[in-house]
Design a protein around this ligand. Structure first.
Ligand SMILES: Cc1cc2nc3c(=O)[nH]c(=O)nc-3n(C[C@H](O)[C@H](O)[C@H](O)COP(=O)(O)OP(=O)(O)OC[C@H]3O[C@@H](n4cnc5c(N)ncnc54)[C@H](O)[C@@H]3O)c2cc1C
Length: 262
């Protein structure tokens, strides 16, 4: 039995075409007091906010630095400007249980997930929950059940593979429909891979809903992996979040103002 490990890879991150934006400002005869060391994501959000009021340059720009400007946008609820920056993550070593919860997040998220209809899961890996991993007795029960499920899955699929009377196109069709049926045996712990694209506003909402959730180590771990990536690329957009270490060594990501849900 393969036990998989969680991995969140960042496939794409926000970019900002500064020279093109400076061309625009030159055409408009405007100046912009930029904040030194702001990231592309932070600058894109700032200009999205400023374009609403054309608040560029002397007399039009307050002395706020980029992070203060963004903090003010968020506090005012002017959060649509956060939708211009997007990340794509490749998550692997995550369970179907987790992705079932993840895909409930409908707004500002896009998903492409490994299909159990088209992909034979005979050699699937499984995600062993930390809560069970730390208890040898529970671990034994868990592994026995996974083993049984996989054995049944393989038995159903194996019968069709072995049936020489079915061949050609019909065999392909039967295999596909049997994969669809056999996946009903597979546990929630079955490992899956999913590409997730999300904008900063949606990620903030996700972290508030899920980052500090008690009793769901996998959800919190993935929230933390996401937070590490986005807070590095765009610190100002996530400045009101913090990481709290728990007594069991795990972490949760919560909003600094204590608005986390659990
Ligand atoms: C602690 C916890 C327990 C949960 N338990 C269950 C459970 O037992 N059963 C279950 O089915 N789900 C459960 N959920 C899932 C939850 O109900 C949401 O489906 C999920 O968290 C996605 O959140 P969302 O709808 O806010 O996100 P998104 O779908 O990304 O939506 C973002 C925001 O857009 C707005 N929005 C989106 N769609 C609409 C709409 N149709 N109408 C109006 N406004 C909209 C809302 O403001 C929403 O918060 C649970 C979630 C948590 C955090």
């Amino acid at each position: 039995m393969h036990i998989s490990e969680l991995k969140v890879r960042c496939l794409s991150k926000p970019s900002f075409n500064l020279s093109e934006f400076l061309n625009f400002l030159a055409d408009e005869n405007l100046d912009w007091h930029r904040t030194l060391n702001s990231t592309p994501a932070e600058e894109l959000v700032e200009v999205a906010g400023r374009i609403c009021y054309m608040s560029f340059g002397e007399g039009k720009q307050s002395p706020r630095r980029n992070n203060e400007y963004i903090d003010n946008l968020i506090r005012q609820g002017h959060e649509s400007v956060l939708e211009h920056v997007n990340w794509s993550f490749l998550m692997s070593g995550v369970s179907r249980a987790f992705t079932h919860q993840l895909v409930r997040h409908r707004i500002g998220f896009s998903y492409s997930q490994l299909s159990q209809q088209y992909h034979d899961e005979s050699n699937a890996s499984f995600v062993l929950p930390v809560e069970i991993r730390n208890n040898p007795d529970l671990c034994e029960v868990w592994k026995r059940n996974i083993h049984n499920s996989v054995a049944m899955y393989k038995e159903i699929m194996g019968r069709v593979y072995a049936d020489d009377s079915i061949n050609g196109h019909s065999k392909k069709e039967i295999l596909r429909s049997l994969r669809s049926a056999s996946r009903s045996i597979l546990p929630n712990a079955t490992e899956t891979k999913i590409i997730v694209t999300a904008n900063a506003r949606a990620i903030r909402h996700f972290l508030i809903m899920r980052g500090g959730i008690d009793g769901d180590h996998e959800m919190r771990s993935i929230s933390y992996e996401i937070y590490k990536i986005v807070s590095l690329d765009a610190p100002a957009l996530f400045q009101d979040f913090k990481v709290v270490e728990l007594t069991d060594g795990s972490v949760k990501v919560i909003r600094n103002n204590g608005k986390e849900k659990s």
